[in-house]
Design a protein around this ligand. Sequence first.
Ligand SMILES: CC(C)(COP(=O)(O)OP(=O)(O)OC[C@H]1O[C@@H](n2cnc3c(N)ncnc32)[C@H](O)[C@@H]1OP(=O)(O)O)[C@@H](O)C(=O)NCCC(=O)NCCS
Length: 269
Amino acid sequence: MHRAAPLLLPLPAGDIHLWFCPRGESGDPALEATYRALLTPQELQQKDRFHFARDRHRYLLTRLLVRSVLSRYAPIAPQDWRFASGPFGRPRIDGPALEEIRGLDFNLSHTAGLIVLAIARGIELGVDVENIRRSAVLEAVDHFFAPSEAKSLAALPAASQPHRFFELWTLKESYIKARGMGLQIPLDSFAFALDSPEGIGFALADPHGNAAWHFQQLEPTPDHMVALCSSVDAHIVCRETAPLQWERQMEVRTTRASRISPLSPIPPS
Ligand SMILES: CC(C)(COP(=O)(O)OP(=O)(O)OC[C@H]1O[C@@H](n2cnc3c(N)ncnc32)[C@H](O)[C@@H]1OP(=O)(O)O)[C@@H](O)C(=O)NCCC(=O)NCCS
């Protein structure tokens, strides 16, 4: 039986839609075959380069998630989206040339158990998710964090340090990803202050740099922490999906946000 395509979702200016996709380790073979049929030959080749089955499955699921979710915002079939990469690997939409895709952008992140896809129109954005049940790499804090971040983390009781580590890590990744430049941005050239319980302070070492970025932090499951960086103070709408199977709205509380505390000057020295 022919199934009607779902109605297109409105994406008002100022909204960021976050799509959460629970990530199983292996797929149902019939569903995987449907998924594979929607990927390009290059994507299938890329998938087969992964050594482990779980990575091949994650690659397939991620591509399908992006293609099927983008098709909720424009009258384009999942297999027809085209993508290009920026100079530092940030993927972006490259077609088809339709008015409905003007300004449409996405960023995604994956970790054990979850993929997160952020979609917006006319907003620069970056998203990061981490599984907070994995061990925090506390011995590498001086390498990854700005001195003010490392100092505030070290001042916490030992039991609170892993959670703070993941808060800082996801926030830093979200900023790097919104800028699209990867680790070209030195990790100590910007810093977060998380001293107030629900706020996020942000500052750049360069006093002339643009520090007008907005951050939000969410904990969509007890195992996962998400940070979102955006060029505007966005309203977030969350949905959960298994691509081509089901989708539903999801209530996710914002645990921290820039708007709760004004930007605080933290000299990242
Ligand atoms: C590549 C990088 C953008 C993110 O890597 P990551 O955290 O390992 O991976 P994530 O799951 O969050 O994001 C991966 C996705 O980001 C997107 N991406 C790739 N390059 C990107 C870039 N330059 N900018 C933004 N997004 C990018 C892709 O969609 C990618 O998905 P894919 O792997 O399925 O192709 C980059 O920030 C990096 O290399 N980080 C290394 C980790 C590190 O040392 N972090 C220190 C933080 S304190």
